[in-house]
Design a protein around this ligand. Sequence first.
Ligand code: DI6
Ligand code: FE
Length: 416
Amino acid sequence: MKRWDRAWRNVHLATMGTDRGYGEVRNGAVGVVGDRIEWIGREVELPASVSALAGEVLDGGGGWLTPGLIDAHTHLVFAGTRAEEFEMRLAGASYEEIARGGGGIRSTVRATRAAPDDVLFEGARRRVDGLLREGVTTLEVKSGYGLDVESELRMLRVARRLAEDAPVTVHSTFLGAHAVPREFEGRRSAYLAQVLEEALPAALAEGLVDSVDAFCETIAFDADECARVFDVAQRHGLPVRLHADQLSDGGGAALAARFGALSADHLEYTSPQGVEALAEAGTVAGLLPGAFYFLREERAPPVRALRGAGVPMMVATDMNPGSSPLRSLLLAMNLACTLFGLTPSEALAGVTRHAARALGMERSVGTIEAGRKADLVLWDVEHPAELSYWIGGIPSCGAVMKDGRIVRGGPPRSTS
Ligand code: DI6
Ligand code: FE
């Protein structure tokens, strides 16, 4: 009886287990039992020959092994596109003007409510496939394009179905407080009551909610309204996250910190006081360069201040049809470096270690360490910096291991 089910050898490890850098282990090996990592280290330190230890040996061909990538902020369940609004914005209209004119989120709400479940699922599944090809093994999906009870539930059911249908862990986030729907125009308080007294409890009753988010912005909900959402979420024992300070300083970062949010995301307009509040609360800063780039924003998040205050920084696609139709997490990494000044190792930490923390999953995924899930990706690159270096046309993702089993790319070379 072999000690391990399978083992990787002849690989360099970017463990992401250190506060800085890649946590490199050159010429490494990893032992896997079931869905967990059992052992990591240099191959020369193995307690016996790898073939004596493992039922199956995977030869990484001298490539790099990283933790499975994590896209910790997506709105990838939706119907329709907003390509016509893209044309309007290129012709000079602003994102806010379009939203105030009945477009924006409400446009996608109309399309999503009208779409049958299977259409919603198939569209989301195609978008998930693109992430899987890039080595994503965990992702988050938000509701927020339904904005009535049944449509919000349908979105969250699709999110759960994605995890049943694909080799990916899905964290589902309730975002009923994304926008006020047309039928509640002028009746914001009544809409929030529906969100908090009907939609959220119904979603909880079906086991569809892992965390609760809100859009804190002049075109969405103010800090007091978001605080109402957080109060109810925490009464239900749910962690919270926030879309904060994206287009203006609405005190979102400080609000998120006050409630001990897992993460506060966007942060382009976050003040130094907001940065300090995030640092004190241990809240992760979610950097979403796709929205910054696509909306042609001019003010970047205060990355230097976040770094100096020791705030962990996560990077995600924010994949959504309106502000960030970005379907590549690797491109999000490149944009985070090029537009926000992250280093390549910070960008990789942003889609592994810190992304796991933004989902409250840091004890199970996000690093290559004994006891963590065996979610691993083999890359045919000479250095892990290539993952954020190439602009599109991903570095070849040689193989993906999810829960200890190869789910894509076939074993590099397997000897039993
Ligand atoms: N912030 C965003 O950038 C997206 N939602 C949010 O809260 C925009 C979503 C959309 O425009 O459809
Ligand atoms: Fe978002």
